[in-house]
Design a protein around this ligand. Structure first.
Ligand SMILES: *Cc1c(COP(=O)(O)O)cnc(C)c1O
Length: 394
C-alpha cells in the first residue's frame, strides 16, 4: 500500500510543502500567515491550570505560536519528530553537540567542518571534558576504526565548508550507530530539500537558517531537528538554556521558507551554469562543485542528494596574492563576505590549511568560494570574466 493510502494524507512534493507547512489560517481569522506573537509571560486561567502546565504555551522561552509554526514546518520538511530554534546557526551546532555529549565522552568531527564548529569543540567542549577528535571526511565507513566505547557523537558536514568534500553519510551513520553514537549533520549547504538528513541516517540535523531559509541576508537563525530517538533529549537541553528565539526572526524565516524551494532551484541552475563556464576558463585549475562529473564526490552526491544549492569553490592556477586581490576587489556584483544563501552573490578567498588537522589541504593555487545569488547569470559571468582578466595585468 502506498504511503498516501496508509496515512490517508497525500504526500506533498517539496515545492508545495514549503508553501503549506506551518500555517493554519483559520486559527488566525483567515489571515494567510501566522501572526507575530511577542511575549514572555503567558497567563493561566486558574491555579489548577498553572499546576498542570497542560496548556500549549507556558512561558516565552519555551515557544510562541510564531516560533512553533516554524518548528513544525521544519519538522515536516526535514522528516523530523521535533525541531528547536536557536538565535544563529552556530548556536544550533553548539546545542546539538551539547545534546549528544557529556564529560568523559569522545566526539568525532569531520575535518572539513565549518571553522567556528571547531572553535566551539576545541574551546568549550574540551573545557567541559569532552575528548574531541577530527577525522578525514573521505574515510566513510572507515570511521568505525576510530569509534571508542565512549564515543557519543559523530559530526558530518557534507559537502564540507569551503573544500566541498562529499561524505558517505549513510556509511558514517551506520558505523556510528553500531557503537550507539549520535550522528549530527550540519546540513546547511543542502537544506532538507536537497538532502533529507534523517532519512539518510542522521539523528540531529543542524541548519543555519541564516542562509537559504532566511535567504535575504537580514536574519540570524538556526534550527536543530531530531529523529524519534533524540527528540526528547534535544528539547530538554534546549529548555535548559532558555534559548528563546525572536518571533520577528521566526516570522521572517517563515516568509523565506515560502520561496526557499524556488530560490534553491534557480540558484542551483545559475551556480551550475557558472561552475561549468569557470571550468573552461584558462585561469581556473579546478572547480569544486559536487554536481560536476569531474568532482571526486559526484557519484555519492548523485546517490544521496536531490540537487545542489548555489555554493561552490574554485581553485585558480597559481597566482600571486595581489593578483587574486585585484580579481576579487574589482568585482561589482559579488560582495566579499561571510555567510551565503542570500539573493546577492558573494565571494570569499579561503585557505583550509591553517586549521585542518586530520587531512591535507594543499591545492595547486589560490581558492575562492562563491555563493551564487539571484542576479542574471550573464551579468555575473561578465563580472567574473573581467575579474579573471585582472589576474594577468596585476
Ligand atoms: C554559516 C554557517 C553556520 C553558522 O550559521 P550562523 O547563523 O551564521 O551562525 C553553520 N554551518 C555552516 C556550514 C555555515 O555555513
Amino acid at each position: 500500500m502506498s504511503e498516501e493510502k496508509k496515512t490517508g494524507k497525500r504526500k506533498l512534493r517539496p515545492a508545495t510543502l514549503v508553501t503549506q507547512a506551518g500555517r493554519a489560517p483559520f486559527e488566525h481569522f483567515g489571515f494567510v500567515n501566522p501572526p507575530i506573537y511577542r511575549g514572555s509571560t503567558v497567563l493561566f486561567p486558574t491555579v489548577a491550570a498553572l499546576e498542570g502546565l497542560r496548556q500549549p504555551y507556558t512561558y516565552g522561552t519555551k515557544g510562541t505560536p510564531t516560533t512553533r509554526a516554524l518548528e513544525q514546518a521544519w519538522s515536516e520538511i526535514a522528516g523530523a519528530v521535533d525541531t528547536v530554534l536557536t538565535p544563529s546557526g552556530l548556536a544550533a551546532i553548539g546545542l546539538a553537540l551539547l545534546t549528544a555529549t557529556h564529560a568523559g565522552a569522545h566526539a568525532l568531527i569531520a575535518d572539513s567542518a565549518y571553522q567556528p564548529t571547531r572553535i566551539f569543540c576545541d574551546g568549550l567542549l574540551k573545557r567541559f571534558g569532552v575528548n574531541v577528535e577530527y577525522y578525514d571526511p573521505l574515510i566513510g565507513g572507515g570511521v568505525a576504526a576510530m569509534m571508542r566505547p565512549e564515543t557519543t557523537a559523530v559530526l558530518v558536514e557534507s559537502p564540507g565548508s569551503q573544500s566541498m568534500e562529499v561524505q558517505d553519510v549513510p556509511a558514517v551513520a551506520a558505523a556510528a550507530h553500531a557503537h550507539g553514537a549520535c550522528v549530527i549533520a550540519d546540513n546547511t549547504w543542502a537544506t532538507p530539500l536537497l538532502f533529507p538528513p534523517h532519512e539518510r541516517g542522521c539523528d540531529l540535523a543542524v541548519e543555519a537558517g541564516t542562509k537559504y531559509l532566511a535567504g535575504h541576508a537580514d536574519v540570524l537563525i538556526g534550527l536543530v531537528s531530531a529523529n524519534a530517538k533524540w527528540a526528547k533529549r534535544l528539547r530538554t537541553t534546549f529548555n535548559a538554556f532558555g534559548m528563546g528565539s525572536s518571533p520577528d526572526d521566526a516570522s521572517l524565516a517563515l516568509r523565506g521558507l515560502r520561496t526557499m524551494a524556488l530560490r534553491l532551484r534557480e540558484q542551483e541552475r545559475a551556480a551550475l551554469d557558472i561552475a561549468q563556464w569557470l571550468e573552461d576558463r584558462p585561469e581556473v585549475s579546478r572547480v569544486l562543485h559536487p554536481a560536476l562529473p569531474t568532482h571526486p564526490g559526484h557519484e555519492l552526491w548523485k546517490r544521496d542528494f536531490n540537487g545542489a544549492s548555489g555554493v561552490f569553490s574554485v581553485i585558480l592556477k597559481e597566482a600571486p596574492k595581489n593578483a587574486v586581490a585585484a580579481l576579487v576587489d574589482g568585482l561589482e556584483l559579488f560582495g566579499i563576505g561571510f555567510s551565503w544563501g542570500g539573493y546577492e552573490s558573494l565571494v570569499l578567498p579561503f585557505d583550509c590549511a591553517s586549521y585542518r588537522t586530520a587531512s591535507r589541504w594543499a591545492p595547486e593555487g589560490p581558492a575562492l568560494r562563491f555563493s551564487i545569488g539571484l542576479e542574471d547569470v550573464d551579468d555575473l559571468k561578465s563580472d567574473l570574466a573581467a575579474g579573471l582578466a585582472r589576474l594577468k595585468v596585476s
